[in-house]
Ligand binder design. Structure first.
Ligand SMILES: C[S@@+](CC[C@H](N)C(=O)[O-])C[C@H]1O[C@@H](n2cnc3c(N)ncnc32)[C@H](O)[C@@H]1O
Length: 229
């Protein structure tokens, strides 16, 4: 058992190829069942589905999509139903257990938001045509985001599409702000700041949509699409 930068206890893990992989998401491990009951389906609001449809529509059918922070896998399999190969990656064993039990024929691997280049299913998959990261980069400390995005760029080819969905800041003043999240430490981003980080890593923004807060969603949410140059 070791401790991460937040002082949280993390458990070393072993990937499918026997190598050590970053793992441990104490909040999601503890609350996985509760999370699963609270979010039984993939879509909370219509735009959640429409933004994933727009992302998927631009990708070659049959290609492989990496779902970063896939959680219980319910959005990942929506992409599988649309004819893509999928690889879901998440640092929480408990979230992955739910995904594996529910969708055993799909590929689920343990790992954090960095591109899992050493994982056997990823090496076997060929070029990744798309990367989806819905409400998962919020849990990566902002200082680590450039490294995460650089790892995506280093392991993808021009044309690879990215869709990042995240709670965002309403103004252009600040880049990021830690916010209260019931499960794990989390940061919301100014959409332009995250678009800039993507751009600096090699992903040019193609579109963004911002959904305003409502009763169940205290913060605006940004759906940000980019393509690898
Ligand atoms: C709010 S859930 C979203 C799950 C899924 N993407 C969806 O749209 O339903 C956030 C997920 O991010 C994962 N996560 C937490 N920290 C992460 C990190 N550093 N890198 C990648 N994923 C992380 C959690 O384990 C959790 O499964």
């Amino acid at each position: 058992m070791k401790e991460d930068a937040e002082g949280q206890r993390t458990q070393p893990g072993t990937g499918m190829d026997g190598t050590d992989v970053p793992t441990g998401q104490p909040g999601y491990d503890a609350l996985a069942e509760l999370y699963d009951r609270r979010f039984p389906g993939p879509w909370e609001r219509p735009l959640d589905r429409h933004s994933v449809d727009a992302f998927a529509d631009g990708l070659p059918r049959g290609g492989t999509i990496l779902d970063v922070g896939c959680g219980t896998g319910h959005v990942t399999v929506e992409l599988a139903f649309r004819g893509f190969q999928t690889i879901g990656v998440d640092p929480s064993e408990r979230m992955l257990e739910i995904a594996r039990k529910r969708y055993p024929s799909r590929t689920w691997i343990l790992g954090d938001a960095h591109f899992p280049a050493d994982a056997a299913p990823v090496r076997a998959a060929g070029p990744i045509v798309g990367i989806l990261a819905r409400f998962s980069l919020i849990h990566v400390p902002p200082a680590e985001i450039p490294g995460v995005l650089a790892s995506w760029a280093a392991n993808t080819e021009p044309g690879c599409q990215v869709l990042v969905v995240f709670q965002c800041l309403p103004d252009e003043d600040r880049e990021t702000e830690e916010f209260e999240h019931v499960v794990a430490p989390a940061w919301r981003w100014n959409p332009s700041a995250l678009a800039k980080a993507l751009d600096e890593a090699g992903f040019a923004e193609t579109w963004r949509v911002i959904v305003r807060p409502d009763e169940g969603h205290p913060y605006p949410e940004c759906h940000l699409s980019a393509v690898r140059r």
